[in-house]
Write a protein that binds this ligand. Structure first.
Ligand code: ZN
Length: 479
């Protein structure tokens, strides 16, 4: 009997959830706050530079950092690490046509039940995210659920939210991972784009006469009747995919041709879970607006990469170093990253000169990332010919061939016999990807062949640890 009652309750709850979320006619859209001064600055940039609704020739490479929210006990992650790869690719694909590219600065896990499943937009202070935000990057938080808004949102949650336009952080719900390019939509808000149906500055005329100041304030996106969705004149086809209402624009016209496939519209999302449109797009005017925000907003500019970067005189064991170049990033002299420091060194070409050293502990990491934005990615370690020894300089560790496509020989010298040594290979996230236990090694020179054939291109650290010594060498895998 007890089991049966539970079963009935369970079925009822499923039905309740399904009926509320799937048959709701109310749209649930993110209610952002627009920085009007920043928008004005971007518009002035457009008029001063005489750019209008066109693909821009200037290039941008913007750092993005991902956060996986989990409950405090480690359960219910907002996204998996594997899914982040496709999320990043989705973002890159959405803006690539306009020479706007992104570099993946890495990800972390956050264990906070409140933020993972109980953050309520409009009620909770967004500063709850502040301590997790990585500087000089657009931060994208993936969480189980985002609460708030009208009843549709309260019952089912937002798919994604950007709290202010422009911004350097946004939220994406687990429900929208891999759905409707949501990550690219939210980052669009971060980079200055309003919804096509925005009416905070007035409804847009169908004939476009007020399109630079009303609606989304971009002239080449059509007036979107979705903005009238709370009014009685508003209606759609039975699947929700096309507009079928009689709403009138400020001129009294009603012959809307909605921007159905626009990334910043909501038409992709039909009734009863129907996906109406995929391969969502941006217009030349929207690309121009993004370009103008990237050129004028200091918070966004801080997330962008210069053409060439040289890092030198760095010795950090905590905090962040987020450095990337559109073309080449080079280190010069001492660049020492250790401890809990989180670092990114990125570019089309990354060259690490002698004096570069990275050794993470206490949760730190050094990520060397080659952007795929333009040209052929390339990396070089000038240090590759020089053995790197750490902790005990009497121990010498050499890797050859280096770079390698398959296996590497690790040669090392021991000061005394070692009954047990561990050899670990770490990837660019300083995650151990291979471990070999070495027994009864004798004093003097030792060589071991390590198979790296299954590893993708990148820079790996090989670390050998014994009772009183630790040695490290960087190995480049090049496929
Ligand atoms: Zn939105």
């Amino acid at each position: 009997m007890r089991t049966n009652n539970h079963l009935r309750l369970f079925v009822f709850l499923i039905f309740l959830t399904y009926s509320v979320c799937s048959f709701s006619q109310l749209p649930c859209y993110d209610n952002y706050k627009i920085d009007k001064a920043a928008l004005q600055k971007a518009k002035e940039f457009e008029s001063q530079n005489n750019i209008n609704n066109s693909i821009q020739s200037s290039s941008f490479v913007i750092r993005v950092y991902f956060h996986i929210l989990n409950c405090s006990d480690g359960t219910l992650p907002g996204v998996t690490a594997a899914q982040l790869t496709t999320e990043f690719d989705t973002l890159v694909a959405a803006y690539r046509a306009n020479n706007i590219c992104f570099i993946n600065a890495g990800y972390d896990n956050i264990y906070n039940t409140k933020l993972d499943s109980n953050f309520t937009v409009g009620t909770d202070n967004s500063s709850l995210f502040d301590s997790y935000r990585v500087p000089d990057c657009i931060n994208i938080f993936y969480m189980l659920k985002i609460k708030g808004g009208n009843s549709a949102c309260t019952n089912c949650g937002f798919g994604g939210v950007t709290l202010g336009i422009p911004n350097t952080f946004c939220l994406v719900a687990k429900s929208n991972v891999g759905v409707a390019q949501t990550v690219a939509h939210e980052v669009g808000h971060c980079m200055g784009l309003l919804h096509t149906f925005d009416f905070s500055n007035g409804y847009e005329d169908i004939n476009g006469s007020n399109s630079s100041t009303a609606g989304d304030q971009i002239t080449d996106t059509q007036a979107d009747p979705f903005g009238y969705n709370s009014q009685s004149c508003y209606n759609t086809s039975s699947n929700g995919c096309t507009y079928a209402g009689s709403c009138k624009d400020p001129n009294g016209a009603s012959n809307f041709s909605p921007p159905y496939t626009n990334l910043m519209a909501y038409w992709w999302n039909g009734k009863n879970g129907v996906t109406c449109y995929s391969a969502l797009v941006l217009t030349g005017g929207q690309y121009t607006r993004v370009n103008s925000f990237l050129s004028t907003n200091s918070d966004l500019i801080n997330c962008e990469s210069p053409s060439y970067v040289t890092e030198s005189g760095i010795n950090i064991s905590s905090g962040y170093l987020m450095a990337s170049a559109i073309n080449t990033l080079t280190t010069s002299g001492t660049v020492d990253i250790s401890g809990s420091a989180i670092a990114l060194l990125g570019g089309s070409t990354v060259t690490l000169e002698p004096g570069f050293d990275a050794y993470a502990y206490d949760g730190g990491s050094t990520l060397i990332r080659l952007s795929q934005c333009s040209g052929t990615p390339n990396f070089a370690i000038a240090e590759k010919l020089k053995p790197v020894a750490v902790a005990n300089t009497s121990n010498i560790l050499i890797a050859y061939p280096n770079p390698t496509s398959s296996a590497v020989n690790i040669a090392f010298t021991l000061a005394h016999n070692e009954s047990k040594l561990s050899l670990k290979v770490y990837d660019g996230n300083m995650k151990a990807v291979k471990e070999i236990s070495l027994q009864d090694r004798l004093k003097g020179r030792n060589t071991i062949n390590v198979d790296l054939s299954k590893f993708s291109s990148g820079i790996y650290a090989v670390i050998i640890q014994g009772t009183d010594m630790l040695m490290k060498v960087m190995v480049v895998v090049q496929k």
